[in-house]
Ligand binder design. Structure first.
Ligand code: F6P
Length: 549
């Protein structure tokens, strides 16, 4: 580990501070657009099927040039190349970071410790494909010989959010004769609701856990096994037909009683939140079929190639990462909204929360020194137009600056039928209107000109200058979904590189896990916990007395 200069001490950082304090003290998008007729065209980048307009940002050419200089100074592309080469850039876990190898073509060569990992990736993909085909065709039967009609993915975090999000996103491409459920929460209600109307004889559980030690997943999988055995007469050998595992930990999988032949492997160089295109995608592959899954991987690869090869000025993940840094570090923005105008992307922002906040929610740098600069933002959002009738008020007129991504598609999915498809223009009109209103607002003069009484003018004025990126694509296909995810993966990477943090560890989730284990006996048995703080002790006592009432 070598000490890298703090980003804030770099002249490129100071130059951005000066630029903000001087040229961009009160940036005005109306003026910026008026002064530059080519702005919309120039500040648009195309990657694969994605059309990305970043013209409604509080930037000019100088801002972009200064941000690029910061990226150069912090060697973002150097770290990018190291990641793609398989170097151990996850320094605190001493691991390579190679989710990009999961979508590499069969003939690629990517080495970890001198071994080309690509053949192993494709061997697992082939095994997944064969299995998915058998389930989809009905050839894979349950213990009683009935075909599988229900697939329940049990996993949490990166072993849940990706497949659950993508299943929703790609519903029109899924086998509609199969039922898919996703169980993550250790709250027994989650499993209960997932299986209460299912027939165990027709149900396949996919237990997804990189470590196979995650307490929520193991607890739910154990309960699911009991449910299954209770429904199938208690015959242990039924488990082999109804449980498969996705994991890096063969020993624990076998210990749980799952046949190693029914385990789909991945590797420690795949981070949990970057694992959805590994074996962790099996439930999705069963849902959409192997060919569509490979289209998804192609989509990821399109953006990987772009991130590797596109020049800095038109490199979309780099640009989006740098724009985030502009607001985070130079405007004190605390959060970032992701607002998909697609019902099918209802879980997309939840997925991005883990991707972004678990990656960049760090307060020490790669050398372990406390950071003196803001790192990852709070990521949040729900699909439009619902959010418009809930929290957009704050986006438009609140005191906080919240940069937002608006994501929409030119075409609704085919199966909607004419009448529902006709609603699509209205949906997208809302997306465009929001971007417009956020950027350009409505001046007091414009409000007055409408005859609004003077005492209401201030209330009905919109200051505008709320930055957005608009991402458009023709339709939400597997490939487009892969492109979108890779875009955000690499954006998060860029930000972590500039901030000099390890975006690939997650030590911040450990303490709560340890404390939960310690507190549990106090709840179940009333055990005394030495050193328990007074507040928690009193809460535990109250809980027990309410429970035993
Ligand atoms: O607790 C956080 C975390 O480790 C995530 O990073 C991960 O995606 C999730 O838990 C699930 O872990 P596993 O796949 O090992 O069960």
């Amino acid at each position: 580990m070598s000490d890298v200069p703090k980003p804030t001490l770099r002249p490129e950082w100071t130059a951005l501070q000066d630029h903000r304090a001087d040229v961009m003290l009160h940036p005005d998008l109306r003026e910026l657009f008026a002064a530059d007729p080519g702005r919309a065209e120039r500040y648009t980048v195309r990657v694969g099927d994605l059309h990305i307009d970043y013209s409604k940002h509080l930037i000019n050419d100088e801002t972009l040039a200064l941000l690029q200089e910061l990226a150069t100074a912090t060697d973002v592309f150097g770290l990018r190349d190291a990641m793609f080469r398989g170097e151990r850039i996850n320094v605190t876990e001493n691991r390579a970071v190679l989710h990009t190898a999961l979508r590499a073509p069969r003939d690629a060569v990517i080495e970890v410790d001198g071994e080309n990992v690509v053949p192993r990736v494709h061997a697992v993909l082939d095994k997944m494909s064969a299995f998915a085909d058998r389930v989809r065709s009905g050839e894979w039967t349950g213990h009683t010989g009935r075909r599988i009609r229900n697939v329940v993915n049990i996993g949490i975090g990166g072993s849940d959010l990706g497949p659950a999000m993508a299943y929703e996103a790609l519903r029109p491409f899924t086998a509609r004769d199969l039922t898919f459920r996703f169980v993550s929460n250790v709250d027994g209600a989650d499993l209960h609701e997932a299986v209460r109307d299912l027939d165990p004889a027709e149900t396949l559980f996919i237990v997804a856990s990189k470590t196979f030690t995650t307490i929520e997943t193991i607890t739910n999988a154990t309960s699911a096994r009991s449910w299954l055995l209770a429904g199938l007469g208690g015959e242990e050998k039924a488990v082999a037909r109804h449980f498969v595992a996705l994991s890096t930990n063969a020993e624990k999988v076998t210990g749980f009683g799952i046949d190693p032949d029914n385990m789909f492997e991945f590797w420690d160089w795949v981070g949990g939140r970057y694992s959805f295109d590994s074996a962790i995608g099996l439930s999705l592959m069963v849902a959409i079929g192997p060919d569509r899954f490979r289209e998804l991987l192609d989509g990821f690869r399109t953006v990987d190639k772009h991130f590797l090869n596109a020049p800095a000025e038109s490199n979309a993940p780099l640009l989006l990462g740098l724009l985030g840094i502009w607001y985070d570090n130079f405007f004190d923005a605390q959060s970032h909204a992701v607002l998909p105008y697609s019902h099918y992307l209802s879980r997309f922002t939840a997925y991005l929360q883990q991707l972004d906040m678990e990656s960049n929610g760090k307060s020490v740098d790669r050398d372990g020194h406390p950071v003196e600069w803001q790192t990852g933002p709070v990521v949040w959002g729900t699909p439009g137009t619902n959010g418009q009738h809930a929290y957009y008020q704050l986006l438009h007129q609140g005191t906080k600056l919240i940069p937002a991504d608006l994501i929409g598609f030119a075409r609704p999915v085919e199966e909607l039928g004419d009448e529902l498809a006709a609603q699509h223009d209205l949906l997208m009109a809302n997306l465009f209107a929001q971007g417009q209103a956020l950027a350009f607002g409505k001046t007091a003069e414009e409000v007055r000109a409408e005859g609004v009484p003077e005492e209401q003018v201030a209330h009905r004025t919109f200051r505008g200058n709320r930055p957005t990126t608009t991402v458009l694509a023709k339709g939400l296909t597997p490939s487009v979904l892969g492109q979108l995810i890779a875009l955000y993966e690499h954006k998060v990477f860029v930000q972590g590189a500039v901030w000099n943090i390890d975006s690939f560890d997650q030590w911040g989730v450990e303490l709560g896990k340890v404390l939960a284990k310690r507190v549990e006996p106090a709840l179940t048995e009333g055990a005394a916990i030495p050193g328990l703080d007074a507040s928690t002790a009193s809460l535990v006592a109250t809980y027990r007395s309410l429970r035993n009432d």
